[in-house]
Ligand binder design. Structure first.
Ligand code: PGA
Length: 254
């Protein structure tokens, strides 16, 4: 695992965007695993800057998003399909038929999970999976539990996750109770994983996830087993880590 810490959020976002752009440039048929939430919006902004400078093209890229709420129409502004269109897809030359996001409005969510797994399997291994970290240690919507599920599945969102996401809705009652999430097996199968965490409120869970026991009660702790894990933290999220674990910021972030 490589952990980098950035005092300047903009440099962190640039470093993440550059890592994504490098994968897109280096692979003939790159597959990106993408994340939503508050954390990656700056990363997508920086990726758009790189695209607008003409340094990267997405016409050969395939994407798979981690998750989607169940029960909201796709047109709802808080679905993850709306988020991705707004922050990235509407602005780049990524062919629409190469975009994969679970359909949370499918009348049969279990069937939709099977369809999503088939699409993942047909595409092959994800080259780079972008991840945020939940306050409770979730990745995607793989919530803490006694056991975790390998493949795409419907999940009941924990009260903590619904509370954390209530800021995007008018009230907590509007936050969906269920979601479809890519499973932990699909996430861990990615060739490279890029975990981004920001803010003091996540300093404790960062320490637990990266240095504590590997346990399904903290799904992100399973990332410790991944040989291609890069973690980008701001100073606040890194505050509880032993500084000896942290590599200097990468100078390619300009
Ligand atoms: P956030 O969510 O980026 O909105 O904090 C992260 C996550 O829950 O994975």
């Amino acid at each position: 695992m490589r952990i980098e810490m950035y005092t300047d959020q903009s440099l962190l976002d640039e470093r993440a965007a550059q890592l994504i752009a490098d994968v897109v440039k280096e692979s003939a048929q790159p597959i990106l695993g993408l994340a939503t939430g508050g954390t990656p919006t700056g990363v997508y902004d920086k990726l758009l800057n790189i695209y607008r400078k003409g340094e990267v093209s997405f016409n050969h890229v395939t994407t798979f998003n981690l998750d989607e709420y169940v029960g909201l129409p796709a047109s709802h502004p808080e679905t993850y399909v709306s988020y991705m269109n707004k922050h990235l897809f509407d602005h780049i030359n990524l062919p629409k038929d190469r975009i994969h996001i679970p359909d949370g409005s499918h009348p049969n969510p279990a069937e939709e999970c099977l369809r999503y797994d088939r699409a993942l399997e047909e595409a092959g291994r994800i080259d780079l999976q972008l991840l945020g970290l939940g306050h409770n240690g979730h990745i995607g919507f793989n919530e803490p539990n006694k056991t975790l599920i390998r493949s795409t599945h419907v999940v009941e969102l924990s009260p903590q996750t619904r509370e954390a996401n209530a800021r995007f809705f008018d009230s907590i009652d509007e936050v969906p109770k269920k979601a479809i999430t890519m499973g932990i097996g699909s996430i861990l199968q990615a060739k490279q994983i890029l975990l981004i965490v920001k803010g003091a409120a996540k300093a404790d869970i960062v320490k637990e996830a990266l240095t504590g026991p590997i346990t399904t009660e903290i799904p992100a702790s399973l990332l410790q087993t991944h040989p291609g894990l890069i973690v980008l933290l701001d100073r606040e999220a890194a505050a509880k880590l032993d500084p000896a674990m942290i590599a200097p910021p990468c100078s390619s972030a300009t």
